[in-house]
Design a protein around this ligand. Structure first.
Ligand code: HEC
Length: 286
């Protein structure tokens, strides 16, 4: 389910099954009230972290196993049994697995980037002149903040760079229609065809390829896509229009997007360690 966030850009499920969409960055944990937690999937399928944790547990799903079998398998590992009894006072169970996964996801917060230094700590030196110029383009000429809202005060005091809305920018549209209906597959309303949740842009410089289908390889390609006005289609957001950005404006935008990277998140061992390293290891100490 991409529990390590999008640092693994295309999550490999068990048995090497390549997930149809890159995982969304998980940044909403500790800041979350109900609304913030509900932004996890590209098409808004799941309402809570717990529900989302259940999702991949199907024999044909991302985990390749249903949750009862997963609980049985985990129960065979003495170390997991011990950890479950410490955490929940009972043996591994489907509810326990889901609660543990959701609790872990709530600790995944990215908030120590240079952007945060500049915006939250008012540290003028946190950004270079080019990066500040990029922020300017992001908020004005590029209209990026119309969707990648820096502050969403109704939801969080923490800048998330998403408005939590479903927006159509045209990714995956061709003359034949939408390759993936996105939100439309959930609501079955034609006007939602091709709309996807505006993703947070935190750590975006290290989480390519981009868009729900991974169709854009680099941030430069993303900027070129927006500069051209997105991919016109019957449902496209009216906010998008050809921008005619100069090379300097494009370079500024790319430089700015790099300031959203929180290196601490990538190097914190519990965040970057492969799950297999936990197997059989004594990771819980009282
Ligand atoms: C109309 C709303 C809207 C505007 C305006 C907008 N975006 Fe987006 N952005 C989205 C949506 C929705 C997606 C996801 C689309 C998809 O996957 O199909 C997205 C995806 C992205 C991604 C890829 C993120 C990822 O995790 O794959 C980047 C980078 C990005 N936008 C940057 C920008 C920049 C820079 C601008 C301004 C030039 C901008 N966006 C303007 C809505 C918008």
């Amino acid at each position: 389910m991409g529990i390590r966030g999008r640092l693994a850009s295309r999550t490999m499920g068990n048995r090497g099954y390549v997930m149809p969409r890159p995982s969304l960055t998980l940044v909403f944990g500790r800041t979350s009230c109900g609304t913030a937690a509900s932004v996890l999937m590209w098409d808004g399928r799941f309402g809570s972290l717990e529900e989302q944790a259940f999702g991949p547990f199907r024999p044909d799903g991302e985990m390749g196993i249903d949750i009862e079998d997963a609980a049985a398998r985990i129960s065979r590992n003495p170390n997991y049994r011990l950890q479950f009894s410490h955490a929940f006072g009972q043996p591994p169970s489907p509810e326990g697995i889901v609660a543990a996964l959701a609790a872990f996801e709530r600790t995944l917060v990215i908030g120590n980037s240079r952007f945060d230094g500049f915006v939250l700590n008012k540290d003028e030196r946190a950004l270079t002149p080019l990066e500040k110029y990029g922020l300017e383009v992001f908020t004005n000429r590029g209209h990026c903040v119309s969707c990648h809202t820096i502050f969403a005060p109704m939801v969080s005091a923490f800048p998330l760079l998403t408005d939590f809305e479903f927006r159509n920018i045209g990714i995956g549209f061709s003359g034949d229609g939408f390759r993936d209906l996105g939100r439309g597959a959930v609501t079955l309303r034609e006007k939602d065809y091709g709309a996807f949740r505006t993703p947070s842009l935190r750590n975006v410089a290290v989480t390519g390829p981009y868009m729900h289908d991974g169709s854009l390889a680099s941030l430069e390609e993303v900027i070129a896509f927006y500069d051209a006005g997105g991919q016109p289609n019957p449902n496209q957001s009216p906010i998008l229009e050809p921008l005619g950005l100069t090379d300097q404006e494009k370079n500024g935008l790319v430089a700015f997007l790099h300031t959203l990277t929180d290196l601490e998140y990538q190097t914190t061992p519990t965040m970057s360690r492969a799950p297999s390293e936990y197997d059989g290891a004594q990771v819980y100490e009282r």
